[in-house]
Design a protein around this ligand. Structure first.
Ligand SMILES: [Zn+2]
Length: 119
């Protein structure tokens, strides 16, 4: 939820009225990470995400200058029409970035070893 508004909105997933669900209000992890970065910018950076970005986050990723996207899983797009559009649009938006799926245990070890706790 937006900072300072955590108690103003519901975390419900299902309701006949979508305004009574979390979806119109929740801040996705990608946008949250970009907006709350601790560096001047994220140009040329890699973003690691659990789920393939939606179209709204894809736009934020592109505009921020992030050049690599690594995701753990991609939602099954046959589930819901809204998700299908969001994922298909994100795939089009991120075409030049070419997101890739995180697969390798070695890759995880390399990532953890590259983090300098003194920075
Ligand atoms: Zn998103």
């Amino acid at each position: 939820m937006p900072n300072g508004r955590e108690d103003d909105f519901t975390w419900e997933r299902d309701d006949e009225n979508k305004l009574n669900t979390k979806y119109p209000y929740v801040c996705h992890a990608e946008l949250n990470a970009i907006m709350n970065k601790t560096s001047v910018d994220v140009k040329g950076c890699t973003v690691y995400v659990t789920r393939f970005p939606c179209n709204e986050c894809a736009k934020a990723i592109i505009q921020s200058g992030i050049t690599d996207v690594v995701y753990l899983s991609k939602p099954k797009i046959e589930d819901e029409e809204d998700k299908k559009v969001a994922i298909k649009a994100a795939e089009k938006l991120l075409r030049d970035i070419k997101p890739r799926e995180f697969r390798s245990k070695t890759e995880a070890c390399d990532l953890l070893m590259s983090i300098d706790p003194n920075e």
